[in-house]
Design a binder for this molecule. Structure first.
Ligand SMILES: [Zn+2]
Length: 449
């Protein structure tokens, strides 16, 4: 080579290529290792077979201890030797994790089926029966005066023994919880207008505290469209219990109002007294919730005593001393129109009310809420209604053409109680309206709003 100008670049290039190759050979250095297959699928590559077998033995021992039955492999792993890059060899923790997930471990166990559908597996039939008995017992809480007549599952529940995957076998406590709550994977709920935590909890058969804990809520204030995670329980089996019990109930007394010509004011002749009855009932409860109640027997152990009120019909009221006085208010106008044709105290001071003009058939309305103490014909008043408003205040509506209420009936302010007429001693159709306070006639205008 005459020209040496190219020597340096060529040598430099060769060194680079050799360094590159050497690096590759070292890093791609292959080693003898064990490829592990489970059910004809490569799961990992291990340093050697014994490491895998030791790990499998430990997992089996742990499962046998947990379940209490012999645990076997449905099929053994397959091993083959291969030259693999060192980087592909799995670590001990990877091996353990993969084996726990993929080993076909099996054991003899008992499976609980609900309406033909497998729901949980436990170690054996005795355990399954015990779990089912505990489930029944958990929903059989009854009160002091109650007894359980019948308890059964609403669904068809069977226990089937056989060989099942070991990881499906639950400990008794876990199995019971699964049957009681079902799948509790949280769902997302969007808060609607008018929602409250209590309503949402009721709707999803859960508790406010559970929702608050799951969502880290500090207060129970909700915003519309707020998203909440809700985990609710959906029992896999329904425990149906029939309960019989006894309870005592109060029989409220009734008030009877009678009218008498011999009294001039309202008097309580007999105070009322509540009675008592003993009720025998039967209830159907599904998972502790009442779905049906039947009364089997009712025995009255103490009769209620009526409250008897006697109210006078005689107009033995006295005219109030003052015809004027300050405005009291509180009563509404019994007929619309409001033209007063004869005022209180008119006709030489003998007019006990006001006459309000009206056409026959116009509605007469209660001036305030109260109890009807008189409804009928009353001498010169013609057809009359009297209403007791309490606190010693009574209003009377006279000369009616018809009466629409009965004695003892409760009426509210503004309710139509009668119709304008001209019965009794009356000239022309009008309403004679009286206000009586503690036995004295009052000027109705002081009371009308
Ligand atoms: Zn009058």
């Amino acid at each position: 080579m005459k020209d040496k100008r190219f020597l340096v670049p060529i040598v430099t290039g060769l060194v680079c290529i050799l360094t590159y190759l050497a690096f590759n050979i070292i890093s791609e250095q292959k080693t003898k290792a064990t490829v592990v297959e489970i059910n004809n699928k490569v799961v990992f590559t291990a340093k050697d077979k014994s490491q895998v077998e030791d790990t499998i033995a430990k997992i089996i021992a742990r499962e046998e201890k947990r379940i209490g039955n012999k645990v076997t492999l449905a099929s053994r792993p397959q091993y083959r030797l291969a030259l693999v890059p060192k980087s592909e060899i799995a670590s001990q923790s990877e091996i353990k994790k993969i084996l726990e997930e993929s080993l076909p471990l099996q054991t003899s166990a008992a499976q609980i089926k609900v309406d033909g559908k497998p729901v949980v597996c436990v170690a054996n039939k005795d355990t399954a029966d015990k779990v089912l008995a505990d489930l029944k017992a958990n929903f059989c809480n009854c009160g002091e005066n109650e007894k359980i007549v019948k308890v059964a599952f609403a669904e068809k529940v069977e226990v089937e023994t056989g060989v099942f995957p070991a990881r499906e076998v639950l400990e008794p406590g876990e199995a019971l919880k699964r049957l009681e709550t079902g799948d509790t994977t949280p769902i997302e709920y969007t808060v609607k207008d008018g929602d409250s935590l209590w309503l949402i909890a009721r709707k999803h058969d859960t508790r406010v505290a559970n929702i608050m804990a799951l969502n880290n809520l500090k207060s129970d204030k909700l915003k519309p469209n707020q998203k909440l995670l809700i985990s609710s329980s959906n029992p896999l089996i329904t425990v149906e219990a029939v309960v019989e019990g006894k309870k005592t109930e109060v029989i409220p007394y009734t008030t009877r109002i009678t009218t008498s010509n011999s009294v001039s004011s309202t008097q309580v002749k007999q105070p009322g007294q509540n009675g008592e009855k003993e009720i025998t009932y039967s209830e159907v409860r599904k998972n502790g919730r009442v779905v049906e109640t039947k009364i089997l027997a009712e025995v009255i152990t103490r009769e209620p005593v009526d409250r008897i009120v006697v109210t006078g019909t005689r107009t033995s009221y006295t005219m109030t001393a003052s015809r004027g006085g300050s405005h009291v208010g509180g009563l509404s106008w019994p007929v619309s129109g409001r033209r007063i044709t004869s005022g209180y105290g008119a006709r030489s001071g003998s007019h006990t009310g006001i006459d309000i003009d009206g056409k026959i058939g116009d509605p007469i309305r209660a001036a305030a809420g109260g109890t009807v103490t008189f409804a009928g014909r009353q001498g010169t008043y013609g057809l009359m209604v009297a209403i007791d408003h309490g606190n010693g205040l009574t209003t009377r509506y006279a000369h009616c053409s018809s009466i629409l209420v009965k004695v003892g009936q409760t009426v509210s302010r503004g309710e139509v109680i009668a119709r304008v007429g001209s019965t009794g001693r009356s000239t022309g159709s009008h309403l004679h309206f009286e206000v009586i306070s503690r036995g004295s006639f009052q000027n109705p205008l002081r009371y009308l709003d």
